[in-house]
Design a protein around this ligand. Structure first.
Ligand code: PMP
Length: 442
């Protein structure tokens, strides 16, 4: 169907009486009628713990180290005005119109240029624009995963991918990470085991750069080995790379897409959320044409096309300004905030606690002494000490992660980070005391 046909459908008049059907007016018993009718994919869907914690970030009394907020405050008003003015002047009608499902050609060209700068060769036809990196993940899972299919993902994995994994009823096998990222040797072991069990994984979902939430980066040697495995074992690798440009220490590493060198085993996902703005909700997928064709159909079902207005804003911004200057400014801010968090953790955490030292991205992963359950700790931290973080269980689908947490260092300034970690230290100390009082420590 031509999406424009929608425009001819008159808007429905909703009679005032319909308001009594609003969810808020239903009793729990009324609401239960739906339970038996929910599709299994809706019944089994697990929320992203980060989204559940979003409301805490809005409470002014709480210091939130939970969100994944890039620093949008440093985006200059004059730049925004100029870009929006250019869109209004030169592209108003088309910016307000539907666009192609695969995205504006000009934007796909810009994406190809950006990828080339990072060393990754792609053609415009390899690119589909998505509504954020989130849709790119969802389309990847939707396109390949049937209910009950196995997929591999790091443990911990991105909590925001959990609703997609569960919607499509994937069985997630976590593969551990260490300071060099995904344990690629254990990927091979998992492939052997799953083949023997008769359920070879449909794909591996991985975040090689500045893992969210792990804070670690896959080494070059492991990247090469992973690509060798993908080629030898015919494994599809979904490389989620929202943070590749957010490096403030060390040298950039080639993407898996680049190392795959056109062999077609890597699907590369990225986004403008961290290099420009998460508010524009523009991301992309680079994939072989046969895969993109299927994903295009999936996207038609989801949203017809990504906001043309947003895409136009991104194109005009990329044409008029050097996005790398802005990213360099952001990275300087993040580096200083990361350092503030590392210093504060050193001062406030007990000696048994450990944490990762990210060279980029927005997060680090901290592991507490084993007697601390971070889900319980969050309740105490929020209620008594007014500080929030993402508890580790939200990053696993197998119940693990109870001793860990994700801490964000991009969203608040250095002084607030120091105060937030100080409060967190008090909460940890209180739980440690309790444990000791119960005779748990000798
Ligand atoms: N993948 C990862 C690993 C992320 O951290 C994020 C954002 N937090 C996304 C995807 C989603 O990106 P977007 O905001 O562009 O939807």
């Amino acid at each position: 169907m031509d999406p424009r046909e929608e425009e001819t459908t008159p808007p429905q008049q909703i009679p005032p009486a319909a308001r009594r059907h609003a969810e808020s007016a239903l009793t729990p018993a009324d609401a239960a009628r739906y339970d038996a009718r929910f599709a299994s994919r809706a019944a089994g869907i697990v929320s992203s713990v980060m989204r559940d914690l979003m409301s805490l970030a809005e409470r002014p009394d709480i210091i939130s180290l939970a969100g994944g907020f890039p620093n949008t405050e440093s985006f200059e008003r004059r730049v925004f005005d100029d870009v929006v003015e250019a869109v209004a002047r030169d592209h108003l009608a088309s910016a307000l119109q539907y666009g192609p499902t695969e995205g504006l050609h000009e934007l796909r060209e810009r994406i190809v240029e950006m990828m080339a700068e990072g060393g990754a060769a792609a053609d415009v036809d390899d690119i589909m624009v998505t509504s954020g990196g989130q849709q790119a993940i969802d389309l990847s899972i939707r396109t390949f995963v049937d209910p009950g299919d196995t997929i591999l993902a790091e443990g911990p994995t991105y909590p925001g991918a959990v609703p997609s994994f569960t919607t499509y009823e994937a069985r997630v096998e976590h593969v551990p990470m260490d300071e060099d990222g995904l344990r690629v040797d254990l990927v091979e072991a998992a492939l052997d085991r799953l083949a023997a069990e008769g359920r070879p994984p449909k794909l591996l979902y991985t975040i090689p750069n500045f893992h969210n939430p792990g804070g670690v980066t896959m080494s070059l040697e492991r990247r090469r080995r992973l690509i060798r495995i993908a080629h030898e074992r015919e494994l599809i690798v979904v490389e989620d790379n929202p943070y590749g440009w957010i490096r403030f220490e060390g040298d950039p590493l080639p993407t898996l897409w680049e190392l795959d060198d056109g062999a077609g085993w890597v699907i590369h996902l990225s986004t403008f959320s961290k290099i420009l703005s998460p508010g524009v909700r523009v991301g992309w997928i680079a994939a072989p044409a046969a895969v993109l064709r299927k994903m295009n159909l999936g996207k038609q079902a989801q949203d017809l096309c990504t906001s043309t207005l947003s895409q136009r804003i991104v194109v005009e911004y990329m044409r008029r300004y050097d996005w790398r200057d802005y990213v360099a400014r952001l990275n300087a801010i993040y580096r200083s905030r990361r350092d503030a968090m590392l210093r504060a953790l050193e001062e406030e955490m007990p000696p048994e606690a450990t944490w990762t030292h990210p060279e980029g991205g927005l997060f680090l992963w901290a592991t507490m002494p084993p007697y601390i359950d971070t889900t319980d700790l969050l309740a105490l931290a929020v209620e008594k000490y007014e500080v929030a973080f993402v508890p580790g269980r939200g990053a696993f689908l197998d119940g693990r992660g109870g001793d860990s947490m994700r801490l964000n260092f991009s969203g608040v300034d250095e002084a607030t980070i120091a105060e937030g970690v100080r409060r967190l230290g008090l909460a940890v100390a209180e739980m440690t005391e309790l444990h000791r009082a119960l005779g748990g420590l000798t």
